[in-house]
Design a protein around this ligand. Structure first.
Ligand SMILES: *Cc1c(COP(=O)(O)O)cnc(C)c1O
Length: 354
């Protein structure tokens, strides 16, 4: 079978349950984010069993998979809608996140074609500098968007700690609520949905300092990997060994620590430094950059460290007894979010559910 990814469905369910009870305590609806595992139906089932109020994904392909499960829960498109997919957005998604007037117009037109009213959340950029309209451009956008008959603006949302690493605080969350109140007053709208963000907003919520009125979270990493995404520490009440990669050793030999011969760039156009450390024991595992991110793999065995990887090989150093491992053994690793994205997406890596 080769190297594979072991997925612990029950541990994922427990993580969902921990996070959903925190959200419930503070009056926040939890939308489970399924993109990191490509909306795999068995993992989605664990999300449902753990108690989510909605499902959210960034890709239409995954939304189709979610739709086929007939969960009865609202489906949210996380990535800003693409104009070329407007028809799919209005027919497949219950709500979408948007920040561009021309896209809202395309959604309105598509919704009219199918004789529906599409619900949208307007994304506001509070400084992380990924998606969203800046606060001083919000009213201008809303003023135009309220005229679209087949669109209903149901709320505001924001995203943090994704591109700029900006942390949710009482100040920036308060700013979002402030904008909501201003929009409601100015445009005589009701905005019942205020989506305060992703996993990075959980610590603030749990500290009790999240301003009241932020009432939706879209959470992926904190439930999939049990991590506090602000510093990647284990999130209290969750487990981190939800996904375990088992990599098969195909070579196990003592070799020098420094390459022999004249050196240019490696296969990826990089020039690496190799400190002289004498002869070391090296293992090659059958999986590479096509399947994972070498620096995003944490070995379960503290005597194993990742040296790097090529397209199809993960190159490791093994300390300890000479016969600690042998060719054909499987080494265990905990993938980080970026590596998990790649492992779940790679068709070469088998998925085994426990
Ligand atoms: C991916 C994503 C999320 C989930 O982020 P996590 O850090 O995994 O919780 C939430 N909102 C948007 C818009 C996203 O793209």
């Amino acid at each position: 079978m080769g190297s594979y990814l072991e997925i612990n469905l029950d541990k994922i369910r427990q993580n969902v349950s921990t996070v959903s009870s925190i959200c419930r305590r503070y009056g926040v609806t939890l939308y489970g984010v399924t993109k990191v595992f490509c909306a795999d139906p068995r993992i989605v089932k664990s999300f449902l069993d753990g108690g989510v109020a909605g499902l959210a994904d960034s890709r239409i392909e995954n939304i189709i998979k979610l739709k086929e499960l007939n969960t009865g829960l609202p489906l949210m498109l996380l990535r800003l809608s693409s104009q070329s997919e407007a028809r799919d957005v209005v027919t497949l998604c219950d709500l979408s996140l948007n920040s561009e007037i021309s896209t809202l117009k395309a959604l309105d037109r598509a919704a009219r074609e199918f004789d529906r009213v599409h619900e949208t959340v307007i994304m506001v950029d509070l400084g992380d500098l990924r998606e969203g309209v800046l606060p001083d451009k919000l009213f201008e956008l809303i003023a135009e968007a309220v005229l679209f008959k087949n669109l209903r603006i149901i709320g505001l949302g924001t995203n943090a700690a994704c591109f700029g690493g900006v942390i949710p605080t009482p100040e920036n969350m308060g700013q979002l609520l402030n904008l909501k109140h201003q929009v409601e007053r100015k445009f005589k709208l009701k905005l019942p949905f205020v989506s305060g963000g992703n996993s990075s907003a959980l610590p603030l919520l749990q500290s009790g300092k999240m301003p009241a009125g932020i009432n939706n979270f879209r959470v992926g990493e904190a439930i999939a990997l049990g991590r506090n995404v602000i510093d990647r520490s284990p999130y209290p009440g969750t487990t981190q060994d939800t996904f375990v990669f088992k990599g098969e050793i195909v070579e196990y030999r003592d070799k020098p620590s420094v390459p022999i011969g004249d050196r240019g760039q490696n296969a990826f156009g990089e020039t690496e430094e190799f400190p002289e450390r004498g002869i070391i024991r090296r293992a090659i595992v059958a999986a590479g950059r096509q399947d994972l991110k070498p620096d995003g793999m944490m070995p379960a065995d503290s005597l194993v460290s990742v040296l790097g990887g090529s397209s199809d090989h993960l190159i490791l150093e093994i300390r300890g007894r000479k016969n600690r491992y042998k060719v054909g053994d499987f080494l265990e690793f905990y993938p980080n979010y970026g590596s998990l994205l790649a492992l779940m997406t790679s068709p070469y890596i088998k998925k085994v559910y426990v």
